[in-house]
Ligand binder design. Structure first.
Ligand code: WTA
Length: 649
């Protein structure tokens, strides 16, 4: 197993501690340290108690049925996720409370109260139904961060249709792969989106993507209008506003869903070129999301909660849509870039709406650090009371910057470790209980049994590293990989029987705190985005000039990791700067801008083992300028010498 040794060195030197401020502790939803032990003694009882915070149409008969690796939670229970996220709040004092405060990148904004949101969701559900969408159908959603995005998800949930959101930064090919895998016949998109003042051509990508798929219906939200210059195809494409205007104003009856009915698919990268459709079900997922908002995020009715993620990723699903709304919170949703029109946009939003809880990614914090504290200092951030990070390991320096410049040394920070597959935060402090250490996600949340184990699956002693594992099932765990249960078994339960393997390396310190070291597989984490090396390699070799490609992630001070591609060209092709630019663009066009390689290095040969396996580890050592380890398994050791001279950092 290879882990980031630089990170380990820094971590072992970190000895700062931050206890929860007394005032925070006193008011926290979770402030009894005994909760950890009680939950550990009987996790099923703990989760059943948490599930009581949702509204169930029919109570469950059995909390857990565990036939490893398949779990069923709240067996026999019936509920509806949209009912829980919206309708139940319309009936009480939250009826006219702001559910979503949305701000567009150009500066336009909208506020939806729970009641208004409910009416929109009902109309959208009527609309989907009128288009023939039924329970269990897959609806692919390719939208920018506009209110129609959560409205669409909630409308699907209300009907019992399965949503599959594809991040708006993905290119046409990636969208097509996901449509084909999910076998959707309906796509919800927008004419275009705004990003840093430019247009993201969503409809154009969608037109390209649906070719050769079974999509026969596209609904287009006119986000940009005329400027987008899109055409609707007669008989296939519909204008969102026109359809919505035709719908009855009557309530849409929420479909009573089985706790184990699928709520959504969300594709994520793995070690092969093909993304995995992670399957989440209704009851368990919602219990996880809702609990997390109350425990890790200490949500209160007075809070204004701002998560900067995109709903195209799991963080947005759980921490913009299902978590906060099921808890009846006020959510701030922002459409665009953090530096548009200027680098203080987030702080402007925090001040304007009085944000109390702010959740972002380490890569953003490192960017803010680079820009300098003056952008933060321009604004009054005194409403903030809790900060959070997610997506990648946070370096202690970035943690401290966040603590000092944004939190003014008053706000606890919750560093939340989790994955698309886990549904909600698994390792994170409880801000009213847990003492934090900059750079550590601290300890598992109540009801979650995490361990660090060696190659044989034995727990390591404190002070050692190993594989991070989760030893017991939990409600919001993925149930399978869509259409590929074999892959689900192999990827997550293939190494240690009945034990979930997330694919991260971790270090356990003397206080049993967990320090995540990064991925142990061929997945690169670029600015918190998971990208499979194979996906980028496949894109590169699809270019007519490329013979072979090997892709690695090397450390990068802002992005966490950056993509370096080693490429051999075909006979007679000139490897020059123009080709570098062309290949970078080629990858961005094939997958999406976030997969664009930071650098491309041409080489006559790639280092391979005698069994012809590309030695990625070695390439990473070369790219990061480390002393090379044992290269005796190389088929041709001279390749390395040649690569070292080629590589210019
Ligand atoms: C990484 C995002 C360290 C990790 C929610 C994981 C983290 C992958 C953290 C999942 C964290 C996420 N500290 N590493 N707090 N949070 N990761 O599926 O490698 O997009 O396996 O889910 O991100 O990425 P995903």
């Amino acid at each position: 197993m290879s882990v980031d040794s630089n990170r380990l060195d820094t971590l072992l030197k970190e000895n700062r501690r931050f206890a929860p401020p007394e005032a925070f502790r006193a008011q926290a939803n979770f402030n009894d340290p005994g909760i950890y032990e009680r939950a550990a003694a009987d996790p099923e009882a703990y989760w059943a108690e948490q599930a009581g915070n949702l509204s169930w149409f029919t109570p469950w008969d059995k909390v857990l049925e565990w036939n490893p690796p398949h779990a069923k939670w709240f067996v026999g229970g019936k509920l509806n996720a949209a009912y829980n996220a919206v309708d139940r709040h319309r009936q009480g004092p939250r009826k006219n409370k702001a559910a979503i405060i949305w701000e567009g990148e150009p500066g336009d904004s909208k506020v939806y109260t729970y009641d208004m949101l409910g009416r929109e969701v009902d109309k959208a559900a009527h609309m989907l139904k009128s288009l023939g969408v039924k329970k269990g159908d897959r609806v692919t959603v390719y939208l920018p961060m506009i209110p129609e995005l959560p409205i669409t998800l909630l409308a699907c949930a209300k009907i019992g249709a399965i949503h599959s959101v594809v991040f708006g930064g993905f290119a046409a090919n990636s969208l097509r792969d996901r449509i084909l895998d999910a076998d959707s016949r309906i796509l919800i998109t927008a004419d275009a989106g705004w990003r840093r003042g430019s247009l993201v051509p969503l409809k154009k990508n969608a037109d390209e993507a649906v070719e050769g798929t079974s999509v026969d219906t596209i609904v287009v939200v006119p986000r940009v209008g005329e400027k987008a210059g899109v055409q609707l195809v007669e008989g296939r494409d519909h204008d969102w506003n026109a359809l919505m205007a035709q719908q009855p104003a009557t309530p849409f009856e929420a479909e009573p869903m089985d706790a184990e009915d699928i709520l959504f698919l969300l594709y994520t990268s793995g070690t092969t070129g093909k993304p995995k459709g992670i399957v989440h079900t209704t009851g368990g997922y919602l219990v996880g999301a809702n609990t997390s908002l109350r425990s890790v995020f200490d949500i209160k009715d007075e809070d204004v909660y701002f998560c900067t993620a995109d709903i195209g990723w799991v963080t947005g699903h759980t921490y913009i849509v299902y978590g906060p709304l099921s808890a009846g919170a006020t959510v701030v949703m922002y459409e665009g870039a953090p530096d548009f029109p200027d680098r203080d946009r987030f702080w402007d939003i925090v001040e304007k709406y009085g944000v109390t809880i702010f959740y972002t990614a380490p890569t953003s914090i490192r960017t803010f650090m680079k820009w300098g504290p003056q952008y933060v200092e321009k604004h009054n951030l005194s409403t903030l009371r809790l900060l959070g990070t997610v997506g990648e390991p946070i370096n202690p320096e970035a943690w401290m910057w966040f603590h000092v410049h944004v939190g003014k040394e008053q706000c606890p920070i919750v560093d939340t470790w989790w994955q698309t597959e886990t549904g909600c935060a698994m390792i994170a402090p409880l801000p009213g209980i847990t003492e934090t250490k900059p750079g550590s996600a601290t300890r598992p949340v109540p009801g979650i049994l995490v361990d660090v184990v060696d190659e044989q699956g034995n727990s390591v002693e404190p002070g050692n590293g190993g594989y991070l594992v989760i030893k017991k099932p939990w409600p919001s765990m993925l149930r399978t990989v869509w259409g590929d249960d074999e892959r689900f078994r192999n990827t997550y339960f293939g190494k240690f029987e009945g034990i979930y393997l997330p694919g991260d390396g971790a270090h356990l310190d003397e206080d049993n705190y967990i320090w995540i070291l990064g991925r142990i597989d061929d997945v690169i984490n670029v600015s918190g985005h998971r990208i499979g090396t194979m996906e980028v390699e496949s894109a590169l070799v699809a270019h007519p000039s490329v013979a072979e490609a090997a892709v690695i992630g090397r450390s990068h001070d802002v992005k966490g990791q950056a993509i370096t591609a080693f490429v051999t060209v075909k006979e007679g092709i000139e490897a020059n700067d123009a080709l570098v630019a062309e290949l970078k663009q080629h990858v961005a066009t094939a997958i999406g801008a976030m997969a664009r390689p930071e650098e491309i290095i041409f080489t006559a040969e790639l280092p391979k083992t005698r069994s012809a396996k590309i030695m990625r580890r070695l390439l990473r050592d070369i790219a990061e300028g480390r002393v090379l380890g044992d290269t005796t398994t190389l088929a041709d050791p001279s390749v390395v010498e040649q690569l070292k001279t080629l590589y210019k950092d």
